[in-house]
Ligand binder design. Structure first.
Ligand code: MSP
Length: 515
């Protein structure tokens, strides 16, 4: 990654529900990218936040007999206290009820209107409240959803809407957006989602109703206050508000975003509506939109009615935060659906973290303590087996960088794990206990040095995934506490930094086995 700005976002989460596994997942993924970007020397802006407006939130508040604002305040508190518990290192947290956001959304509206992208008409079609999504009769007929009047996405009942509305000329951007997506193969990922978007656009873009008059919980249309701005126009604009919009100069320091991480269910909003809005407003498009898959729990969809939504607090009460972070990004390729089971989590922790990584740390530092009282001596000569280890570490660093540029978290972790296994093989093949017994002192020094220096570089690559655990491991390796925020790969990511006489601590277990 070059030294420049890096702007990563999560969706902003609706405040009608408490945080669950899905929210935790995207935010942890974004955190890994942000932490890695900072370590790579980039000027990172990591944004998350909450989506507080819309009919769905208004209804949820009504059901609880409180105002939408009171509901939002309650749920925001949950998110604000959850993020530190998950070691989330966001730079900004946006609320769509904030004054800065209202100003930004209304400025966006004026800009679109000035560009001729908005007109007034009458909306007579269907609306899905849970998805906050409009459906025309034509779209419903296309997908055979006309008979049952159910949302093609979530299959819940649609509402009939007939009201005066402002429209956004989405149809005007069909060809431009198609061409853009064809010309920029990395714009939408993974490829299956990109194809889905292409098919949707090819089926024809209809102008989008972007204001409502039948409820009030939202940002008013400038100069026509009876109209409330469509919640998705409001929500998507958050990505511009946070870096400074409508102050364009300030905003452009970070905009365009390097990557919007989203779930697959909100792809159309991000990969069709949002780019068209930006095109119409004459603003640059985000560089990449990555839609990840959905978690099921023990094979079942998480849902309020089944009462099986996994709550972060329950998971954190049972499992270490870094083990959870690791599991979520290691278990399934980002972009695919996957199943969350505690058995799978325990298995991963006990094999890859305790048996492989924990064991490599433990045996390396134990031998260093036993044979050298914890003191390192760099190699005077290296054998092929040593050079192979170093070459593998350097290749791993390049591979991890490439994987993270593609948001392929599981690949990055698999690659690091392959190196951990290499490290354990290196111990078996060199048999340091025999070197000690046979008085091969120089060779013993060389082997111990390669193990500890290799571990140091492995830990650095794992910091974005497991910051607290890696701080604990690096503490033992460096012989003193480390400041993770100060770590830059360019200055400490090279081989051979540990010098003669460096003192490590005796090992203490970092990944206890579960169960
Ligand atoms: N408010 C909108 C986003 C606006 S962004 C400008 C929204 N909010 S949400 O709270 O309903 O969903 C937020 C995210 O959670 C979505 O990306 C969605 O994909 C994700 N998840 C919800 N359930 C999930 C799983 N079971 N698994 C993984 N992610 C899931 O949509």
């Amino acid at each position: 990654m070059a030294s420049s700005s890096y702007y990563v976002t999560t969706p902003i989460y609706y405040v009608n529900d408490q945080p669950h596994l899905g929210h935790m997942y995207t935010t942890i993924a974004a955190d890994v990218l942000a932490r890695y970007g900072r370590m790579a020397g980039r000027d990172v802006f990591f944004l998350t936040g909450v989506d507080e407006h819309g009919q769905k939130v208004q209804q949820a508040a009504k059901d609880r007999n409180i105002t939408p604002m009171a509901l939002a305040d309650q749920v925001v508190e949950r998110y604000a206290s959850l993020w530190p518990e998950l070691s989330i290192s966001h730079d900004d947290f946006i609320r769509t009820t904030s004054a800065r956001h209202k100003e930004s959304v209304q400025a966006m509206w004026r800009r679109l209107r000035a560009a001729g992208a908005i007109y007034k008409g009458v909306y007579e079609d269907w609306y899905c409240v849970p998805c906050e999504s409009y459906w025309t009769k034509i779209q419903l007929k296309d997908g055979n959803h006309w008979e049952d009047k159910q949302c093609p996405d979530c299959k819940r009942n649609l509402e009939r809407v007939q009201e005066e509305s402002y429209f956004f000329r989405l149809s005007a951007w069909q060809d431009t957006l198609l061409k853009y997506i064809h010309d920029n193969p990395d714009f939408i990922a993974p490829a299956s989602r990109r194809n889905e978007v292409l098919r949707f656009i090819e089926s024809g873009l209809h102008d989008l109703s972007i204001s409502r008059t039948t409820f009030s919980w939202g940002i008013p249309v400038p100069d026509d206050e009876g109209h409330i701005i469509y919640v998705w126009i409001d929500a998507l604009s958050n990505y511009l508000t946070a870096p400074g919009f409508p102050d364009e100069q300030r905003c452009m320091h970070y905009w365009p975003a390097d990557v919007h991480l989203i779930g697959k269910d909100i792809l159309r909003f991000h990969a069709v509506y949002w780019p068209c809005m930006l095109l119409a407003a004459g603003l640059p498009l985000p560089k990449r939109i990555f839609a990840h898959g959905w978690w099921t729990v023990n094979g079942k969809k998480m849902s309020k009615s089944l009462g099986n939504a996994l709550r972060p607090a329950d998971l954190l009460a049972k499992y270490d935060v870094d083990v959870l972070r690791y599991f979520l990004l290691r278990e399934i390729p980002f972009g695919q659906d996957g199943d969350f089971s505690e058995d799978a989590l325990v298995r991963r922790c006990n094999t890859e973290l305790s048996n492989d990584l924990g064991n490599l740390l433990n045996r390396s530092l134990s031998m260093l303590k036993k044979y050298r009282d914890g003191i390192l001596t760099p190699a005077s000569t290296e054998e092929a087996i040593d050079r192979a280890l170093i070459a593998d570490i350097e290749a791993m660093q390049r591979d991890v960088d490439a994987a993270l540029q593609q948001q392929a978290f599981h690949q990055a972790l698999e690659r690091i794990n392959a190196l951990v296994r290499h490290g354990n093989r290196y111990v078996q093949e060199n048999e340091p206990w025999l070197l000690a017994k046979n008085n091969k002192q120089q060779r013993l020094d060389t082997v111990l040095y390669h193990l500890v220096e290799g571990l140091r570089l492995i830990c650095i690559q794992l910091i974005p995934f497991m910051p607290t655990k890696m701080a604990a491991m690096l503490h033992q390796i460096m012989g003193k506490p480390v400041d993770l925020n100060a770590i830059r790969i360019a200055s400490i990511g090279g081989w051979g930094l540990l010098s003669k006489g460096h003192q490590c601590l005796a090992p203490s277990p970092v990944f206890p086995r579960i169960g």
